[in-house]
Design a protein around this ligand. Sequence first.
Ligand SMILES: CC(C)(COP(=O)(O)OP(=O)(O)OC[C@H]1O[C@@H](n2cnc3c(N)ncnc32)[C@H](O)[C@@H]1OP(=O)(O)O)[C@@H](O)C(=O)NCCC(=O)NCCS
Length: 278
Amino acid sequence: MQASPIEIQSFQPEHLDAAVELSRQAGWPHRREDWALVLSLSKGFVALENGRVVGTAMATLLGDGCATVNMVIVDETMRGRGLGRQLMRAAMDAAENRECRLVATADGLPLYEKLGFAAFGEVLQHQGTPAATERPADVAWAETVAPATLAALDTQAFGADRTALFAALAERARFALVKEQGVIKGFAALRAFGRGEVIGPVVAENAEIARDLIAFILSERPGAFLRVDTTADTGLAPWLAEKGLGHVGGGIAMRRPKADIAPDRKLKTFALTSQALG
Ligand SMILES: CC(C)(COP(=O)(O)OP(=O)(O)OC[C@H]1O[C@@H](n2cnc3c(N)ncnc32)[C@H](O)[C@@H]1OP(=O)(O)O)[C@@H](O)C(=O)NCCC(=O)NCCS
């Protein structure tokens, strides 16, 4: 029997329900809204077999220099036939000559290595329902804050322009701030995601401020299921575990090709928006 032809097409909102099913099958917690957020910021692709979605991948363009490649999934009955590679090619082409970054699962790693991606860090996923946490005095929820102000601070830490992401977060997230004499020293976003809520991005001048921002949110959300995706180089992981957010997995941060993206080290990213969006 001949296998049916597979078409790679652009990801449309009508593909969202099938995409949620694929991510559930892969054990990912993404809700329809989580997929829709990434789609709204990205160029997405689906693999269709007789109109049925059997694979997905997206490229989220961040300014002219950088893109994240994300939501790469192939239906488990269709793996090993080159679909992952085709979807990755479509997403990488959409990123044009930008540096592509991604967070690789163990499943994805061999494919990404073959496509020329190289590891540059480790993402650590921490989550749980935290123990009671004291509220740090120096943190408050932002009453109003212009997304462009936070995007500009984020650009210093991340090294690429994520203005569109911050405009989207402004509609979905609350922001906690640490200010000194009116100057923002760090911020953390809290929004609904997956099984509960996610804290991120967290951008701060140092780890102490980052811990205060996260502790403030933990103290404000007793009983909530919270997730933080941090990186190994922040040193936050043991503290997160102490707070009741256990290490449950993560991935390898990879990029291709390495571009000359030089963040201003006055601010650092202590937690990702998500593994998809960096
Ligand atoms: C990762 C994933 C998308 C790969 O999809 P796929 O359609 O099976 O991939 P392909 O058939 O295109 O394989 C691409 C290449 O990687 C290799 N490869 C794929 N999985 C591999 C594995 N587990 N071990 C070794 N090599 C592997 C293939 O041999 C192939 O090499 P080739 O093109 O030189 O022959 C799929 O396994 C998946 O959906 N996993 C669950 C979700 C996930 O973890 N996604 C990655 C997110 S970062």
